[in-house]
Design a protein around this ligand. Structure first.
Ligand code: NDP
Ligand code: PYC
Length: 341
């Protein structure tokens, strides 16, 4: 660890160990601590600050709230040839994902397409680590989940939807997969929280304040309602996530998750839908041609100077793997204070 004025430099190993130790200090089991520390380290490594080490504070708060079972052992259930369900038993979601992934991949390979419902999980993380793990097996990945009802529908003023991320990954023969992962709100709530922590203003299209008017005050935004991205289009996608990753899989919508929290301040508790598709099954002998077509599409994007989603992230990853990460001294202090309670 190296300190330089208001920034602390950590290697990825140091970061991982720090997160893991803090979680275990608060009674999180080895297996959950490993899964969480891996994903938080990946978030910081890829410079996704809203879902990096900052999330450790929320994880510990969730455990302290008494809502999460930090030692819950997920159970995997084979539901149908193309469907499985993982019950997280009110633990964090990441171990449940890891435990379900082998069966999801096996079913996708045998059926061409498979879906995994993760139920009763506390969810705080970005989704790209999950769809990237699916793409690493040569499969197309799609994942989504509700959260808390912080987001107003387009044309409304009161929260109904969660920030409801949708993530997609397409495996490529060489290099990183094509990946996008975004909230269906104008921005992740974690980003507004970071603006509020640091006293920075936000763009007016991110949220409305408690008075129902657009605001640049991050604290007012957290008390008001967030906006969807792309107006009615983001609003419809957010509703789709509530339906597919809530009603369809027998789990809570964002409004229900918020009610379940009952002011405890834990991470949202709900379900997640993860879909894997095997392009070899779909394309058979045409697999190479299908891949080539996809590469033609990506080339047409980058050739004109536009960038592919996740390119910034992959560049950040290369940098962090070489140089480690730098986090603000204020955040680092907050993390160290977790060991005092
Ligand atoms: P952003 O708006 O920052 O980015 C979303 C995506 O767009 C990324 O894949 C990003 O790639 C890509 N992108 C950004 N700018 C460009 C560009 N100019 N050209 C091409 N692609 C671009 O994300 P959000 O704030 O919406 O979400 C951040 C994270 O929060 C996500 O990882 C999401 O999973 C997580 N989240 C989790 C929730 C949960 O319930 N667990 C709820 C809501 C969000 P790149 O990264 O390379 O910039
Ligand atoms: O940043 O919106 C968010 C979020 C919700 C749950 C996890 N992240």
């Amino acid at each position: 660890m190296a300190e330089q004025q208001d920034v602390i430099s950590l290697s990825l190993d140091e970061l991982y160990s720090l997160v893991r130790k803090a979680l275990m200090h608060h009674g999180v089991s080895d297996r959950h601590a490993d899964a969480i520390a891996r994903v938080i380290t990946q978030g910081e490594r890829d410079e996704c600050h809203s879902h990096g080490i900052y999330r450790l504070l929320g994880c510990v708060r969730s455990v302290q709230s008494g809502k999460v079972d930090p030692r819950a052992e997920p159970t995997v259930r084979d539901v149908a040839p193309g469907v499985l369900a993982v019950d997280a038993h009110h633990g964090f979601s990441l171990l449940a994902f890891e435990m379900g992934l082998p069966m999801l991949a096996e079913k996708a390979r045998s059926q061409g397409l498979a879906a995994m419902a993760i139920n009763r999980c506390f969810h705080f993380s970005a989704l790209w680590p999950e769809v990237e793990a699916i793409a690493a097996q040569g499969l197309v990945g799609l994942a989504m989940n509700p959260s808390h009802s912080w987001v107003a529908p387009a044309g409304g003023t009161r929260g109904v939807f969660g920030t409801n991320p949708i993530a997609f990954a397409w495996p490529r023969a060489a290099g990183h997969p094509f990946v996008f992962d975004f909230a269906t709100s104008a921005i992740a709530r974690g980003d507004i929280e970071l603006h509020a922590r640091e006293g920075r203003p936000i763009p007016p299209h991110w949220a409305i304040g408690p008075d129902g008017r657009p605001t640049t005050d991050a604290r007012a935004a957290l008390e008001g309602a967030m906006q969807t991205f792309g107006g009615h289009k983001g609003s419809a996608l957010a509703a789709m996530v509530e339906l597919l990753a809530g009603a369809l899989i027998g789990d809570l919508t964002s409004m229900e998750s918020q009610a379940f929290d009952d002011g405890a301040g834990a991470s949202p508790c709900h379900g997640e839908l993860v879909i894997a598709i095997d392009p070899q099954r779909f394309l058979g002998g045409g697999y190479a041609a299908g891949q080539a077509r996809a590469e033609g599409l990506f080339a047409a994007v980058v050739e004109q100077g536009a960038r592919l989603p996740s390119q910034r992230r992959f560049e950040a990853r290369a940098r962090s793997m070489r140089d480690g990460v730098r986090i603000s001294a204020a955040l680092y202090r907050d993390v160290l204070e977790l060991f005092d309670t």
